[in-house]
Design a protein around this ligand. Structure first.
Ligand code: ADP
Length: 254
């Protein structure tokens, strides 16, 4: 399939995990992918994977929590490619399971700056161009914990919940311009991240088992689960969908 031939797709946090998987799948379907990440080497590696498959991609370093950097990135893409068809606000930071009274001010700021304000800056930057085009799709990665909280994920859940209502709010505002704004609520994916929070083998096995008990389908997500959903939401097959979230969570949020 080549659903995204001739389309310019910006994906943030595309240096790893769900963002990288999405970048690869969008490129396979013909998109010109702008691979954005805080980590230069990670973004470049994603681009190399795509180019090895004869796909089109370029890497850009940007901290999505910095408004000026985000605007420079988006304006550069518009100068170079003339349009932005899809913005996938996927960059995010997780938090270790932490009791509320032990969460640092720096962590609170980081969670809000990246997971909530980052989505806002990205959207703000692409809206004028999408309005000019009379079309565009903004996809936001939130989290099922933004709907159904987990103990120890206090400010992470709150920032993600903020991004959910922001998505719906922008969807209402932008519908008349032909711009759809949609989101995905993933359950935890079995990435290195989960492992980082549970450093020993035993902790990891016990922790993972506890996690699995909360997911009716009995497995953690994989990056491709989220990526395939993003492609659907960005495609014309989803042309009647705006302001909605798809829970890619194995039933955890039910
Ligand atoms: P997931 O499982 O959600 O895909 P990862 O940690 O694998 O999680 O991916 C998140 C990506 O987002 C990482 O590549 C990370 O470098 C990137 N990222 C984190 N913070 C920012 C930021 N402020 N700006 C841009 N990219 C970021």
């Amino acid at each position: 399939m080549t659903r995204f031939e001739g389309k310019t797709v910006i994906i943030t946090g595309a240096g790893s995990g769900m963002g990288r998987a999405s970048a690869i799948l969008f490129a396979r379907e013909g998109a010109n992918v702008i691979v954005v990440d805080l980590k230069e080497h990670a973004a470049r590696e994603t681009v190399e994977i795509i180019r090895a498959e004869n796909g089109q991609a370029i890497d850009k370093v940007c901290d999505v929590s910095k408004r000026e950097q985000v605007f420079n990135l988006v304006n550069g893409v518009i100068d170079e490619f003339g349009r932005v068809d899809v913005l996938f606000n996927n960059a995010g930071v997780a938090m270790p399971f932490t009791k509320t009274e032990e969460v640092s001010e720096d962590l609170v700021n980081l969670l809000v700056d990246v997971n909530l304000k980052g989505v806002f800056w990205g959207s703000q930057a692409v809206i004028p161009q999408m309005k000019k085009q009379g079309s565009g799709v903004i996809i936001n990665t939130a989290s099922i914990t933004g709907v159904r909280p987990r103990i120890g994920q206090n400010m992470y859940s709150a920032a993600k919940a903020g991004s959910i209502i922001l998505t719906k709010s922008l969807a209402l505002e932008l519908a008349e311009h032909g711009i759809r704004v949609v989101g995905i609520n993933p359950v935890a994916a079995d990435t290195g991240l989960l492992r980082d929070f549970m450093p020993t083998d035993t902790e990891y096995e016990v922790g993972k088992q506890k996690f699995l008990e909360t997911i009716p389908l009995g497995r953690l997500a994989v990056a491709e689960d989220i990526a395939k959903t993003a492609l659907f939401l960005a495609s014309d097959d989803a042309s009647m969908i705006t302001g909605s979230f798809i829970d890619v969570d194995g039933g955890r949020g039910v």
